[in-house]
Design a protein around this ligand. Structure first.
Ligand SMILES: Cc1ncc(COP(=O)(O)O)c(C=O)c1O
Length: 410
């Protein structure tokens, strides 16, 4: 055995430090397909934590479509899109995704990515290259997802973009900054549905500001696509928005149940991202079978079945809003399937997650840096495969756990 080297001592110290701060995260293995019932350590748990909002991840038609796709296209794409990896399945999917947003984005074109994380990095860094370095301003909502934050950070290095963070749901600081901005390219960046809070961004107001000050508006609808809007097309459909300055990002591993993501914008922006979006250019294309399965998922999202799944989500949300009352824990208002319960301390959030596990529920504690310090929480998410009785069981368990934890800490 060689002597412990410096990096090894550092990693041990750092992990011990995370443990002391109650910030160490643990991987748990799900031994069953993603659904409302999970098998973890050979125990059945009811999962209220996935983003499989429509309950499609284990849908028999999608399983069949993926198998069909593998038979038709093989299992790998073999290269990046610009070399030889761009298949008929990718092309069909991109055309279909563009057509879904075409009522909202004139002359829409879409570009498919293997993950939302990469799509956001590509969109922000790629678009920032439209202007000369130092002539770009990015305005980013404070509670944006890590992938947007990382894209903005990268653009600030690569394109010397100036970055302004604006307050959650309050646009005064954004207006104050943007009205003085002389840069040639301005971009406002926001989650559509905030991933840890479940509330919806004020996209109409943001669009007015973007129009007034000639900015692009990037909306990351990771948690809205499939869920919001009569047809499930997402936040632009729900809010009745039409604009040629919107850069729309949707993810396909959440409500769509499979994996991947897309950017949809006016065709020239997409052409530019094909030229300059490094995560698009320098990465092997997603297996085409995934794109093939996604075509089926889009059909389900738009079908009567998709509508009735969204209807079930609304029933669950209404039941939660009517029945879930805490005495101390905070329950911010959300009209989406993401329902946070804020406990504050890491210790309380971990204790609640552990007790939930003992009672047969899978809801991990969400702690900093995913959420701001002091706002550790349970992020409860609904799936259309949950019943009202499932949810009622959870509500009763949570009420009991709140009483227990408060008694223990008083
Ligand atoms: C708002 C938001 N954007 C982007 C992503 C990343 O998407 P993906 O999981 O497809 O990488 C997530 C979650 O993972 C998210 O919550």
């Amino acid at each position: 055995m060689s002597k412990p080297f410096n990096a090894f001592s550092l990693v041990q110290e750092q992990i011990a430090d995370l443990e002391t701060q109650l910030l160490k995260r643990k991987l748990r293995i799900n031994q069953s397909p993603c659904d409302t019932e999970a098998l973890v350590n050979h125990r059945k748990l009811q999962a209220f934590c996935s983003n499989d909002y429509l309950g499609l991840a284990n849908h028999p038609d999608l399983i069949q479509a993926l198998a069909e796709g593998a038979h038709q296209y093989g299992v790998g794409s073999g290269a990046s899109h610009l070399i030889s990896g761009h298949s008929t399945a990718h092309d069909l999917l991109e055309k279909r995704l563009a057509s879904l947003q075409s009522k909202h984005i004139p002359n829409a074109r879409a570009l498919f990515f293997s993950t939302g994380y990469l799509a956001n990095i590509a969109a922000i860094t790629g678009l920032a290259k439209l202007a000369k370095p130092g002539e770009v301003s990015i305005y980013s909502a404070k509670l944006n997802h890590a992938s947007l934050i990382d894209g903005v950070r990268l653009a600030s290095t690569q394109s010397k973009a100036s970055v302004t963070l604006f307050d959650h749901q309050q646009l005064g600081s954004l207006i104050d900054a943007i009205k003085q901005d002389q840069n040639s390219l301005k971009m406002i960046v926001t989650d559509g549905v905030f991933s840890m809070d479940g509330d919806i961004a004020p996209v109409q107001e943001l669009l007015k500001i973007a129009d007034q000050y000639d900015a692009l508006l990037l909306v990351d609808d990771a948690h809205g696509f499939g869920v919001l809007g009569e047809q499930g097309h997402g936040i632009l459909e729900q809010l009745g928005i039409v604009s040629d300055r919107i850069i729309y990002v949707g993810t396909l591993g959440k409500a769509a149940g499979v994996g991947g993501a897309f950017i949809c914008a006016q065709a020239p922006f997409i052409e530019w991202l094909i030229q300059k979006g490094r995560p698009y250019i320098y990465s092997t294309a997603t297996p085409p079978a995934i794109a093939h399965a996604l075509l089926k998922s889009l059909s389900i999202i738009e079908s009567e079945e998709g509508k009735s799944r969204r209807h079930q989500l609304h029933r669950l949300i209404t039941h939660w809003q009517n029945e879930m009352h805490f005495s101390h824990w905070q329950q911010p208002v959300s009209c989406t399937p993401i329902q946070p319960v804020i406990l504050g301390s890491n210790a309380h959030a971990l204790a609640a997650a552990t007790t939930l596990d003992e009672l047969g529920y899978w809801i991990p504690a969400i702690r900093p840096p995913t959420v701001p310090v002091g706002s550790a929480r349970l992020r409860i998410t609904f799936s259309a495969n949950h019943s009202i009785a499932d949810l009622q069981g959870l509500i009763e368990a949570l009420q009991k756990i709140e009483r227990q934890i408060l008694e223990q800490s008083s």
